[in-house]
Design a protein around this ligand. Sequence first.
Ligand SMILES: Cc1cc2nc3c(=O)[nH]c(=O)nc-3n(C[C@H](O)[C@H](O)[C@H](O)COP(=O)(O)O)c2cc1C
Length: 354
Amino acid sequence: MNTLVRAFLTGTLNENSRFKPGDLRWKIILSVLLMYGLNSCSHVDIKINESNIMETEKKNMGSLIALYPKPLTIIGAEVDGKVNWLTVGHTGIIGHDRILVSMSKNHYTNQGIRRSNRLSVNLVSREILQKADYVGGVSGASIDKSDVFGYHWGEHGTPVIDASPLTMECNVEDIYETEGFDNFVCSVVNTYAAPEVLDDNGNLDYTRLKPVLFEFPTYSYIATGEIIGKCLNLDKEPVMCVKEPMSADGIVRLSKIEVFPQHRDEYLKYAAEVGEISLRTEPGVLTMYAVSEKDNPCKITILETYANSEAYEKHIASEHFKKYKQGTLHMVKSLVLSDQTPLNPANQINNFIQ
Ligand SMILES: Cc1cc2nc3c(=O)[nH]c(=O)nc-3n(C[C@H](O)[C@H](O)[C@H](O)COP(=O)(O)O)c2cc1C
């Protein structure tokens, strides 16, 4: 039997011994292969390194859907001859040509979507967040939400919110039902983008769009942050490090520098280099924002903030700072370091380099 199997696998059967469909030997070999396959499947040996499991400091939180934050959306649809809106955080992308909108079967809007097979997905900006929050808290079954947003009908016959930075008009291709939920599988028919969220080439720029994100476990809205790197380019481009929070011994300082006019251009190169390296690589350097006076470009002011005094000590001991300091000594006419007290500590600055 083994010889037959080996011959089958390696293709070394001669013309006479080749099998025809229905040949008993065929069936035997296939059964053997099937049994072998089943056996190997049921006996997969998963070797778990017990000591490795015990040593991890991560907490196993069990079966938890933790795929947050997600862009917040307002879904629009016509229900009983009127427009209705509801807030949905549970959306997804399927492959490259479908999106998913997951909605509880109890919602009023579902009836309209099921009838028309159409819905609009409106991204939420900060400007319309309050209204988005409202339509996510009351049901169209008891309250008319049709006039909460100004809108126009899109070419596919769905309501497009005027104030939303981006709206996708969708066709419902399928409904994948799970317990208590209608999960609408949609194709995107039209996408309407406000001019202010497009770049110079007419493409979507999400740093301008700044979609509000939603996080279900604590029911919070989160702002999108800065670009920290270009995808598939991180080995070429330095990214921003994660910053430490400002602590009680943090430093807020205005460094006022005057440089000799003949050295200004060279000084700016040094200053730009040290500023960028410090900001990108030092977790305790929170801002390094340099400006020069319009009327006297030789007068430069840098807003420097450090998370704590240790961060400041590290900064002045760094190679990039020493290079700047030594390289520019002869260029600087005067230097005043003026420490400041923030009037409202809750007012935070986020300084980053794109
Ligand atoms: C921030 C936020 C996110 C929400 N996400 C979803 C969601 O993903 N799926 C869902 O079925 N309901 C979600 N809801 C609840 C509905 O928006 C809410 O129940 C709405 O009132 C239903 O409206 P309707 O009955 O008029 O259709 C969310 C509500 C809020 C405030």
